[in-house]
Design a protein around this ligand. Structure first.
Ligand code: IPD
Length: 276
């Protein structure tokens, strides 16, 4: 049975290399355009970094498959099969990247037979490296990660992200969900502009729960392994098992806090990553 540790080592090297490209691109002028909505941004750097990651990996692993944020935006089918599949977000936090707001990451997840095997997330501004392989723990710069064991929601810090839809009906639901969690009361709700780094904060125990409608499989794949290996839970917003393609997630340090968050949420429909 393959343990995929060689692939993880390669993922770490390429994530760090890609992160350095992002670091130097931050200082240069950016060519920005939009994708699904005016607030769903993409830059030349997103394309360059995805091309760098996929071309390097496909040369090394010609039989493997790839799901990448920018390839999917360009029309490549976003399909998770049983084959070994790399799930890549070249620049997570593109809006932050455009503003040089220091919360930007490269995220590389890896699945085999539709099961997530490992994840690597590299924080491009401070060089922090989050890694995890199924069954072998989660690490930040080589130090073991543990989620928060808090069960009492009134002592919880909750993280979320806004998503790309900004029509009044969606915003009403988004703000309603946040209002319910603020008035629980929890200690607070934070939005940092990068789903992957926010999820890493759940893995490190810096916050108790994360929820979002509208993220993508490349925002969740690597982080889901890192959180689970740090002892946390990652699930669907209905409380069922995580569906990587469903564009929604709840993650938490404890099942008690996850269940509480699930019960508060009114859904926002973003469709699926794997619908045509
Ligand atoms: C996005 C960011 C954003 C979140 C979106 C993500 P991108 O990723 O993480 O904070 O709200 O759902 O898709 O587009 O910057 O790679």
């Amino acid at each position: 049975m393959e343990d995929w540790s060689d692939c993880l080592d390669v993922a770490v090297q390429i994530a760090q290399r890609a992160g350095q490209v992002v670091q130097s691109a931050v200082k240069q002028e950016k060519r920005v355009s939009s994708k699904s909505t005016p607030t769903d941004l993409v830059t030349e750097a997103d394309h360059q970094v995805e091309e760098l990651i996929i071309s390097t990996l496909s040369e090394k692993y010609p039989s493997h498959r790839f799901i990448g944020e920018e390839s999917s935006a360009a029309g490549v089918k976003c399909e998770l099969t049983d084959s070994p599949t790399w799930i890549i977000d070249p620049i997570d936090g593109t809006c932050n990247f455009v503003h040089s707001f220091p919360m930007v990451a490269v995220s590389i997840g890896f699945a085999v037979r539709k099961e997530l095997e490992f994840g690597v997330i590299y924080h491009c501004f401070d060089g922090t490296l989050y890694t995890a392989r199924k069954g072998h723990g989660a690490f930040c710069n080589g130090v073991r990660l543990h989620v928060s064991k808090e069960k009492d929601v009134s002592k919880a810090l909750i993280l979320t992200e806004i998503g790309a839809k900004r029509d009044p009906a969606t915003l009403d639901i988004f703000l309603g969900n946040m209002k319910k969690l603020l008035s629980a009361p929890t200690h607070g709700v934070r939005i940092i502009g990068s789903s992957t780094l926010a999820l890493c904060h759940i893995a490190s125990g810096a916050a108790e729960a994360y929820y979002q409608y509208g993220l993508h499989c490349w925002d969740i794949a690597a982080a889901a392994v890192i959180i689970r290996e740090a002892g946390g839970c990652v699930m669907d917003t209905t409380g069922g098992p995580l569906d990587l393609m469903s564009r929604r997630v709840v993650a938490a340090g404890t099942r008690e806090i996850a269940d509480y968050v699930v019960k508060q949420l009114q859904p926002i429909n973003y469709g699926r990553d794997d619908s045509d």
